[in-house]
Write a protein that binds this ligand. Sequence first.
Ligand SMILES: N[C@@H](Cc1ccccc1)C(=O)O
Length: 402
Amino acid sequence: MSKNKTFGSMLIIAGTTIGAGMLALPIASAGLGFSTSIVVILATWLLMTYTALLMLEVHQHADVDATLNTLAKGLLGRRGQVIANFSMIFLFYALCAAYITGGGSQLQTNLNNWFDWQLAPQVGAIIFALLFGFIITLGTGTVDKVNRVLFITKILVLGAMFYMLTPYVQMQHLLEMPLQQGLILSAIPVVFTSFGFHGSIPSIVKYVGKDIKVLRKVMIVGASLPLVIYLFWQVISQGMMSQQSLLQSEGLPGFIASIATLLNNPAISKAVTIFADLALATSFLGVSLGLFDFFSDTLKKSNTKQDRLITAIVTFTPPLGFALFYPQGFIMALGYAAIALVVLAIFLPVAMVWQQRRKQDSLPAGYQVAGGQFALVFVALLGVLIISAQGLQMFGVIPAVG
Ligand SMILES: N[C@@H](Cc1ccccc1)C(=O)O
């Protein structure tokens, strides 16, 4: 296994994970206070790393190019397959539509500024989708190369941002306690989604090959890089402002405006905006790669140019259509993102590993994630907790955040 692919795969996982979710974290977790938010973040990281390893346990006995569709069909039967496909398509189309809308409008603004053009936002969305569609169609190797450049730039910009912001961190803000217990529950779905990357695991298995030792490393490092970055991000965002002022920020633009005023330096808004664009781009690469491979497997497409083109059309046209003609639709869908992700990243891995361990005797011995049945049941209960937190928010029982 080439070292190169291992490194690139870690960056694809980390790049997929660090996306729009990170930007929502400061406001979503404002009411928790620093220490509580750190506990929630650490717990979510452990949970998501554990279930990513469960996926590897499942992948080791399947074909190298198997995706959720085949895995679920083999281990959970027809019903499991339908649930897997529905949650995968629902979540990934919604994410792609969100990324195409956001990325398209950023691209359009930049092109208009640079070249003095007068493009409509829709044109931005079309160019953005075509550009990324082209990269994905060229294959995972190309995605890896483009992602490296974008990811490393993203980390450099982040470093510059942290450098500018650290002097404004005040210890007293970091000692604040939760404002209200309900807010902990409200924050959970956002934190959970910000650690999501699981729909792209099959693409990485296919790219790296079935070398479980290497793949374990890729998952652990790929999930830990976001952890480190989120921890720093929490120190900075929660340390700069009181919980009250963070909570009162009007979404991300409000938050960026408040820090720009605090620093009295507009360069910081520029840095945050460039970071946000890069986060969106790397996350879109990982998500659309996962969706592309999923369709390629589900529709039994081969690797010929013509087949890849068909797969790309199935992958990119619907989210582009949503972004162009029905933006409210995917915004509504994203409200359910955490629920679909619980199915994808918790319930399915747990159920598949459970089934696979039951028929272990007929399988060659292999990798088994620690924790036994206890861990499987515990994690499934956490999944129920996350769905409940989302449900309570939707019904207005606890405050909605993020
Ligand atoms: N973690 C990504 C969103 C995501 C969820 C699930 C799968 C892939 C990506 C973000 O924070 O933007």
